[in-house]
Design a protein around this ligand. Structure first.
Ligand SMILES: Cc1cc2nc3c(=O)[nH]c(=O)nc-3n(C[C@H](O)[C@H](O)[C@H](O)COP(=O)(O)OP(=O)(O)OC[C@H]3O[C@@H](n4cnc5c(N)ncnc54)[C@H](O)[C@@H]3O)c2cc1C
Length: 507
């Protein structure tokens, strides 16, 4: 008789939990080991002095019909505790304020009035995004790692993808140039949104990926009740419902590969966990570290040669409701069109919902501010110049508060609590090496990272694999990895039948 295969997932981020819960539903024996005391990682919600702050992610997308969260939720029997928000967010450029309405007619009116330079862009963007969402809902084997993957991938391509396929070979900047869009406000409007989704601006971002990235408000932005961490909480419940378990306060410190090809995972509590299959909800750097000398040469080369990804600088504010705007929950502020984005020049601001009493003491709201930041200067100063490091924290705090003034006048006077978060804090709380967050930039669709690690039965999940960052992105990646594990297990006569497929509503 075949024994139920033991799966251990290292990390209870949204990617790890989604993949783990899907495999538990397929009959695998799943254990998620989570270092922290709660799940969610970069999309977690933490308690501090009566507030529940979203640590990183604040904007939730991908819950529309055919969106990754909807597909995973249907498979797992989750009724998401979410509400759609309108408008999705408001973008403040130095001399223009643009509201990203989800409702089509309002958005058409807004963009015609505020962004006439992009008139021809939207038709192409919407058609491309529509076809790409439909393709994504078929859980494609992308990037293909074998001939079998390639054949399965080809079978999922529909005719509506063909006319927009040239975009796969262009950068968003080339597309905008081709459309004659040179006006700085229009370019910055696109760039600011690409930076938070594709992790790079139009100069490098792939046009097809970018078309989906700027589509989020149209397909829907949602507010998870209780904060973004509620997505992970509901996933952890689904994991348990399907027979799996999550073990908190257990950080995996070493992955040992045994002679019979099974794994022994060592934790900081001195415990060990056996596994036939391991899903690492980690960055390649963290995985290589856990494998040590057993890391395959390709993985070792990857972590030596890959440029580091972005870090984040965040501020968590407790602000009286009376001092806050009521027309939107999310805002993006760009302070200076002449300066590069990130580093406090572009800041994302999210305010907890007025209807979410759990998030803050009475009369107050929890506010998260974030900006992209290069990690190297933070770590240099932290090591060599502690005073300089402190000055940098203050400088970034001031930049973010300056940006917030556009949305929350007199924010410094109003805020009753201001808590900064540096890349070092992200390293500490999410265990991502050097606090590198957000996954890899999407410059080319032909050179993206897949889930394979070079070690049989060891896969990556999370925002380091295609399609990358965001709770929706890591969920799409998790659906693909879970389907692949089921298929491989069936081929190797593991115990489970292959029944993981998109629910009919997504087809
Ligand atoms: C500032 C910021 C803003 C963002 N804004 C948005 C947004 O608005 N919308 C959006 O959708 N996305 C946003 N993102 C991106 C999004 O949060 C991430 O892409 C996504 O949550 C990553 O999920 P993941 O599955 O890769 O896991 P992670 O979030 O990286 O979680 C990994 C988990 O593994 C655990 N872990 C790590 N190492 C070990 C170990 N050795 N043993 C045991 N456990 C371990 C960690 O504790 C953590 O819980 C933002 C990110 C940041 C940082």
């Amino acid at each position: 008789m075949t024994r139920t295969k033991r799966v251990v997932v290292i990390g209870g981020g949204v990617g790890g939990l989604t993949a783990g819960a899907l495999l538990a539903r397929e009959g695998f024996d799943v254990t998620v080991l989570e270092a922290h005391v709660y799940a969610g990682g970069c999309a977690g919600t933490f308690y501090h002095k009566g507030y529940r702050f979203d640590a990183g992610a604040t904007v939730a997308g991908g819950f529309q019909a055919g969106g990754p969260h909807q597909i995973a939720g249907d498979l797992l029997g989750i009724t998401w505790q979410i509400e759609r928000i309108e408008p999705a967010w408001v973008i403040h450029l130095p001399e223009r304020t643009i509201t990203r309405w989800g409702e089509e007619a309002r958005w058409r009116e807004e963009r015609a009035a505020k962004l006439p330079e992009l008139r021809r862009f939207w038709g192409i963007q919407e058609r491309a995004a529509e076809a790409a969402w439909q393709f994504a809902a078929r859980i494609p084997e992308y990037p293909p790692a074998s001939l079998g993957d390639l054949l399965r991938l080809a079978a999922k391509i529909r005719p509506n993808l063909i006319p927009i396929s040239p975009l796969a070979l262009l950068s968003m900047g080339q597309l905008l140039n081709w459309l004659g869009v040179r006006e700085r406000n229009a370019r910055t409007f696109i760039d600011a949104q690409l930076l938070i989704s594709a992790q790079t601006t139009s100069r490098h971002a792939n046009a097809l990926y970018g078309a989906i990235a700027v589509d989020l408000p149209r397909v829907g932005v949602y507010h998870p009740r209780g904060g973004i961490g509620n997505i992970a909480r509901q996933l952890a419940e689904a994991l348990a419902k399907h027979g799996g378990r999550i073990v908190y306060r257990h950080a995996v410190t070493r992955i040992e590969r045994r002679a019979d090809k099974s794994f022994l995972l060592h934790t900081n509590k001195g415990n060990t966990f056996e596994a036939d299959i391991v899903l690492a909800n980690l960055t390649p750097w963290a995985l290589a570290d856990l494998l040590g000398e057993a890391a395959p040469p390709a993985l070792q080369r990857e972590v030596k040669s890959r440029p580091s990804t972005w870090g984040a600088f965040t501020l968590y504010l407790g602000v009286p409701s009376a001092a806050l705007p009521t027309h939107a929950e999310h805002f993006q502020v760009v302070q200076d069109l002449d300066q590069p984005l990130g580093e406090g020049n572009s800041v994302f601001i999210s305010i907890s919902s007025p209807h979410d009493a759990e998030r803050a003491p009475s009369g107050m709201r929890a506010v998260t501010l974030s900006t992209h930041t290069a990690i190297a200067p933070w770590w240099r100063l932290r090591q060599d110049d502690p005073d300089g490091y402190q000055r940098r924290v203050e400088q970034y705090r001031d930049r973010l508060l300056d940006a917030a003034e556009r949305v929350i006048p007199n924010v410094r006077g109003a805020a009753q609590l201001i808590l900064p978060g540096t890349p070092a804090a992200f390293q500490r709380f999410t265990r991502r090496p050097l606090g590198m967050v957000g996954g890899f930039p999407f410059a080319s669709l032909l050179n993206v990272r897949g889930p394979h690690t070079g070690v049989e039965n060891l896969w990556l999940v999370g925002d380091s694999i295609f399609p990358g960052q965001s709770t929706a992105g890591v969920t799409a990646g998790a659906l693909r990895v879970a389907a692949e594990v089921v298929r491989v297990a069936a081929q190797r006569r593991f115990a489970q039948p292959a029944r993981l497929s998109a629910p009919s509503s997504a087809r």
